[in-house]
Design a protein around this ligand. Structure first.
Ligand SMILES: NC(=O)c1ccc[n+]([C@@H]2O[C@H](COP(=O)([O-])OP(=O)(O)OC[C@H]3O[C@@H](n4cnc5c(N)ncnc54)[C@H](OP(=O)(O)O)[C@@H]3O)[C@@H](O)[C@H]2O)c1
Length: 248
């Protein structure tokens, strides 16, 4: 039975990954800031013994080692790591203050990097592992008001190819999924703060995305399950675009 560790897992696509992995019979370790939410997901799952929730704030790097160690203690190994959690501050270079810059680099880049420090070691010892990065179309140049965010997502791609290049010899694979515009909790909340309802958001996206609709949190799931599975045993260093044709 595989064990899948998710950075995130309580919301959006992360939560759909958790649900899909449970259906496959996998163990799932997931994390977030809200312990109540984590407990509720476990209680409602009918697979309590295959779930582990770790409360943490990704601004505090120290807790990542504990998240790794507790996952290993509970399930014995980590077959796949899904790096989903992230934040999207709305700021151009001209209006990015140091605290915004630090928070997006801490959560989106520093946290995955230091979690990988521990998880990669375990995967190398097992001579097996699959890592999936959640990227964004902003990685190429980024919308004007997504400056620091764009930098984190392009650097994550370098981190993914770095791992693919240097760790293939240990049986560890790494792939980068470019996720398109999706009505996750985070995106809906961001737009609500700008006075845009979820319905208006979907209508706006419909007019912009070439395939005619906003993505939903299930759209990336088949690709994630493929990267986790042994069917993708020879797939590493890839970038897959699930954007409905946007930014191509
Ligand atoms: N939605 C889109 O259109 C879109 C497009 C491209 C890429 N993405 C990527 O998809 C991922 C999810 O983003 P989203 O905006 O769509 O949000 P989301 O689905 O609401 O998920 C955000 C996740 O990040 C976690 N998180 C955020 N800050 C955290 C912190 N300080 N400590 C611990 N966990 C934290 C949240 O957990 P808690 O809040 O419970 O702590 C939650 O699990 C990001 O990597 C983003 O770059 C999204």
């Amino acid at each position: 039975m595989k064990t899948v560790m998710i950075l995130g897992g309580v919301k959006g696509v992360g939560k759909e990954i958790l649900i899909s992995c449970l259906k496959k019979g996998y163990n799932v370790s997931f994390c977030g800031r809200n312990a109540k939410l984590g407990k509720e997901i476990i209680k409602s799952s009918e697979a309590e013994n295959r779930l582990y929730f770790h409360q943490l704030d990704l601004n505090k790097i120290d807790e990542l080692k504990n998240y790794h160690d507790e996952t290993l203690k509970r399930f014995g190994k980590i077959d796949a790591l899904i790096l989903y959690a992230g934040i999207t501050p709305v700021a151009s270079i001209l209006d990015t203050e140091e605290d915004i810059y630090d928070s997006v680099f801490n959560v989106n880049l520093k946290a995955p990097f230091f979690l990988l420090k521990y998880v990669l070691k375990s995967m190398v010892e097992n001579q097996s592992g699959s890592i999936v990065f959640f990227g964004s179309s902003h990685m190429d140049y980024g919308q004007e008001d997504r400056a620091a965010y764009a930098l984190t997502k392009s650097t994550l791609y370098t981190l993914s190819t770095h791992i693919a290049h240097h760790y293939a010899k240990y049986g560890v694979r790494s792939n980068y999924l470019v996720m398109g515009w999706t009505n996750t909790e985070g995106e809906v909340e961001l737009r609500a703060n700008e006075g845009i309802s979820e319905e208006d958001l979907k209508n706006k996206a419909k007019g912009i995305i070439p395939m005619g609709r906003m993505l939903n949190p299930n759209d990336p799931i088949p690709a994630v399950l493929y990267f986790i599975s042994d069917e993708s045993a020879m797939t590493t260093g890839s970038l897959i675009r699930i954007t409905g044709g946007e930014y191509i």
